[in-house]
Design a protein around this ligand. Structure first.
Ligand SMILES: Nc1ncnc2c1ncn2[C@@H]1O[C@H](COP(=O)(O)OP(=O)(O)O)[C@@H](O)[C@H]1O
Ligand SMILES: [Mg+2]
Length: 223
């Protein structure tokens, strides 16, 4: 299996042109779970944004899920995004619609149109995160942990080979964080999904050990 992420000698730059990280080399194998750690402001989110092509890659090379990052444009970025599941710290559920409709929104936006298959898929992913009974609930009716599980369900919709999780436990208490990590780890293993999980939560690194890459002084270091 080719690696799901391969970044070679890349500079990670912000949209204002400032360089955040220099000479980044990173290879993530298919199905591999990797933590990305580093202090606040060290560039974890910037690196993840480069991987999902929200920040441009000018210097160096990058390939993600078979897409050359230099070939990704505004017009074809949806093809890359369909291969990625994205789980952020703040849950980003649309507050004006129920859980099923939140998932429906993503399916429509990623090119699904058959009603029966969309509803089937929504049922499947909610089942996987144990929230089928909440399909008609509004986001505000769910706890933080439940909302984050919906976000994980949402990330699974298109069966992506790679999930990017940006501080997925940042807003959760320790026990709920463990539940969310357990779920993410189990699903990733079951579906052979690679995960890059940015975190500065050292507790989850201890409780759920995996490969760690670290950002230190503007460099990416493979531990
Ligand atoms: N939208 C932005 N425009 C310019 N600079 C930014 C932007 N977002 C973050 N930065 C800067 O990029 C650096 C890395 O930030 P970030 O990638 O968010 O780090 P982390 O996720 O590790 O906290 C910081 O110095 C931050 O100030
Ligand atoms: Mg961040």
């Amino acid at each position: 299996m080719p690696p799901i992420v391969k970044i070679i000698a890349a500079d990670i730059c912000q949209s204002d042109g400032s360089t955040i990280l220099k000479n980044v080399n990173l290879e993530i194998g298919a199905g591999e779970f990797t933590y990305l750690i580093g202090k606040t402001g060290s560039g974890k989110t910037s690196l993840l944004k480069t991987i999902y092509a929200a920040l441009p890659l000018y210097i160096g090379a990058g390939e993600v899920a078979g897409f050359n990052l230099k070939d990704v444009t505004r017009r074809n970025v949806h093809l890359l995004r369909r291969k990625l599941g994205i789980v952020f710290q703040d849950f980003n559920l649309l507050t004006d619609r129920n859980i099923a409709d939140n998932l429906l929104f993503v399916l429509r936006a990623t090119g699904w149109n058959d009603h029966a298959s969309m509803h089937n898929r929504i049922g499947e992913v909610l089942q996987e995160v144990g929230l089928l009974s909440k399909r008609n609930a509004m986001p505000f009716e769910l706890s933080g942990g439940e909302q984050q599980r919906v976000v994980i369900a949402r990330a699974l919709l298109n069966k992506p080979p790679l999930i990017l999780a940006d501080e997925p436990t940042g807003n959760l208490d320790p026990e709920t964080s463990d539940d969310v990590l357990t779920l993410l780890r189990n699903l990733a293993k079951q579906h052979k999904t690679a995960v890059i999980c940015a975190t500065h939560d050292y507790r989850i690194l201890q409780n759920f050990p995996a490969r760690i890459v670290r950002i230190q002084k503007g460099r990416l270091i493979d531990d």
